[in-house]
Design a protein around this ligand. Structure first.
Ligand code: ARG
Length: 564
């Protein structure tokens, strides 16, 4: 598909040969704020010096000489040259490409099959998946879809938190206050209760902490009783996580959690020691990161125990060796920003330039009633409950609006869960937000259901259309509303590319909102089904919108029902 901005830049360059190169012109071109000022505008300020003329003279001088079959009209307004594309030609081109290629337009080979790993979701076992893990899951899934779309080979990895001293605590609690049958009946909830109980009791009986450390040591040493309990907690947890992943339709290539790296750390610790990158401080092994202005990285505690960071060093090496990635993405909350800085700095000190390709895709917090959640205190909102509540709320709305809908339950899940996911992905990921399910499941405003509903509307027009005796030789549409939609359709590949470069799904969410809004204006102001010679072009346009909305939602990991 043509890049019309490039065409305009070339036409301007013909006239400005010695003053500015094509690329500079391309980057100077802007989209005017108001449609009556054209499709693109070229500001002449930067030329004033080179041409020794006032900007508004330059713009006037340029106007008569800019020509191209893709340009309809050129106007000078003060220091700007406003350019109007030839709607006839451009709309014909865009719609015929989408008609032929569906949503496979734009450069889909950017990734050249290269590997990108996504460390995403990565909840901690024996704890329920909370709203906090929703963000990592959906941002990760969406970025992975986006990278795949533009030709990368994506590898989704769930780096489960399945190792650490907390399993010592959990085993202590289970052995003291647990009961096998009770745990079996409702594993994760019971394990959380035990974990909370441990922290409550440990306040009064600090010796429990020592007991937990000793038990964790036995687990590390491979004591079969401890390993069996740990494995059981882990299996039950994964089963519960998978329920949520299937509701969200998110998939992993690997469930390689922290424990997977237990036997892969020694060689790196040795390397650190041998090359004097690490040092011993109070019996602990640390790497000083003063130059990087970071706190020292703790590699081994004084009792010899390794840490989260130690496992992440082994993980990074493993991924580099196994996947030879061009990017290794970690979708993890911003509260771990220092951890990832330390990790990259240690790897760099070990001589690994590939550590520059590790990207921490951070995100802000979700609060509930303005407060952060804490598992230790038992204040936690279960993701599964939220998704079920959202589905329930969507069902209520469907009962009101479309009680005869055939597969109501299924659609309600798509709409309710889609609303939760869209809400998460629609703002810049670093923004924190407060979550309230009633506010999220709305059919109006900038919401998932609004996008889904816009597509449902498009499909319902298409269903009403009779395709007989249509004049199919032209796909040109030139009225303002259609033109707006056509320009938005052209921007789909750019939105995908920008979202990938910035690791920012919100670029795409904002894009689908805008496309849906421009389509709804078009819909309100045109008679799509009128029997005239442009009917075919209008139907192609409506179909294109429906398809691009569906594909945009798919990339955001959201389903698009055909009716709702
Ligand atoms: N399990 C961690 C948590 O819930 C996230 C792990 C992120 N991935 C990593 N390689 N450190 O906070």
């Amino acid at each position: 598909m043509n890049d019309y901005k490039l065409i305009v830049a070339k036409a301007l360059h013909e006239q400005l040969k010695h003053a500015l190169d094509e690329e500079a012109i391309y980057h100077l071109l802007e989209v005017p704020k108001y449609a009556h000022l054209g499709d693109l505008a070229f500001p002449c300020f930067t030329l004033a010096k080179a041409l020794r003329q006032a900007p508004h003279h330059i713009s006037q001088g340029l106007v008569p000489s800019i020509t191209s079959p893709y340009i309809d009209k050129v106007e000078a307004v003060g220091p700007y040259v406003n350019i109007f594309l030839n709607r006839q030609v451009v709309s014909q081109e865009i719609l015929s490409i989408i008609k032929e290629q569906g949503t496979h337009y734009g450069d889909l080979t950017i990734g050249q099959g290269k590997n990108v790993t996504f460390d995403m979701s990565s909840p901690n076992i024996a704890k329920p998946m909370s709203m906090g893990h929703l963000r990592s899951t959906v941002i990760g899934a969406s970025l992975s879809n986006i990278y795949k779309k533009i030709g990368y080979n994506t590898i989704n990895i769930n780096h489960l938190g399945d190792w650490g001293t907390q399993f010592g605590k959990l085993i202590v609690a289970y052995k003291r206050w647990g009961n096998e049958d009770v745990v079996k009946a409702d594993p994760v909830n019971e394990l959380v209760k035990l974990y909370v109980e441990f922290h409550a009791q440990a306040e009064e009986h600090p010796e429990l902490e020592d007991e937990a450390r000793a038990i964790f040591k036995r687990l590390e040493d491979g004591d079969s009783e401890m390993v069996t309990l740990w494995q059981w907690f882990k299996d039950e947890s994964i089963k519960e996580f998978e329920k949520v992943y299937s509701m969200l339709d998110v998939h992993f290539d690997y469930y390689t959690g922290e424990a997977f790296y237990n036997d892969k750390m020694a060689e790196h610790i040795e390397y650190l020691e041998k090359h004097h990158i690490s040092e011993v401080d109070n019996n602990a092994t640390i790497v000083r990161l003063d130059e990087e202005e970071l706190p020292p990285a703790l590699i081994k505690k004084s009792d010899g125990a390794t840490l989260y960071l130690t496992r992440d060093i082994a993980t990074a090496y493993y991924r580099h060796r196994t996947y030879d990635f061009v990017k290794s993405v970690y979708v993890v909350g911003n509260e771990q920003a220092n951890h990832f800085k330390q990790l990259k700095a240690v790897l760099k000190k070990m001589g690994n330039d590939w550590s520059d390709d590790m990207v921490h895709v951070a995100f802000g917090l979700i609060t509930i009633n303005g407060r952060k959640m804490s598992t230790r205190k038992g204040e936690i909102i279960l993701l599964e409950d939220v998704l079920n509540d959202a589905t329930e709320l969507a069902l209520e709305q469907i009962e009101l609006k479309n009680p005869n809908l055939a597969n109501k339950k299924e659609v309600a899940a798509q709409v309710g869960i889609g609303a939760v996911v869209f809400h998460d992905l629609k703002n810049d990921r670093m923004n924190s937000f407060n979550f309230n399910v009633d506010e999220v499941v709305q059919f109006e405003g900038e919401t998932g259901p609004y996008i889904q509903y816009s597509r449902v509307r498009a499909l319902s027009i298409l269903r009403k259309a009779t395709m007989e005796n249509l004049q199919t030789d032209t796909l040109s549409l030139v009225d303002d509303y259609a033109w707006d939609v056509i320009k938005m359709l052209r921007e789909f590949p750019q939105a995908i590319e920008r979202a990938s470069k910035l690791y920012e799904p919100s670029v795409l969410s904002k894009y689908v909102i805008q496309l849906a809004q421009s389509f709804n204006k078009y819909y309100a102001n045109s008679t799509v089904l009128a029997d005239d010679k442009e009917k075919y072009a209008r139907l192609v346009l409506v179909q294109a919108v429906a398809d691009v909305l569906k594909e945009g939602l798919r990339l955001l990991s959201i389903k698009a029902p055909d009716e709702m």
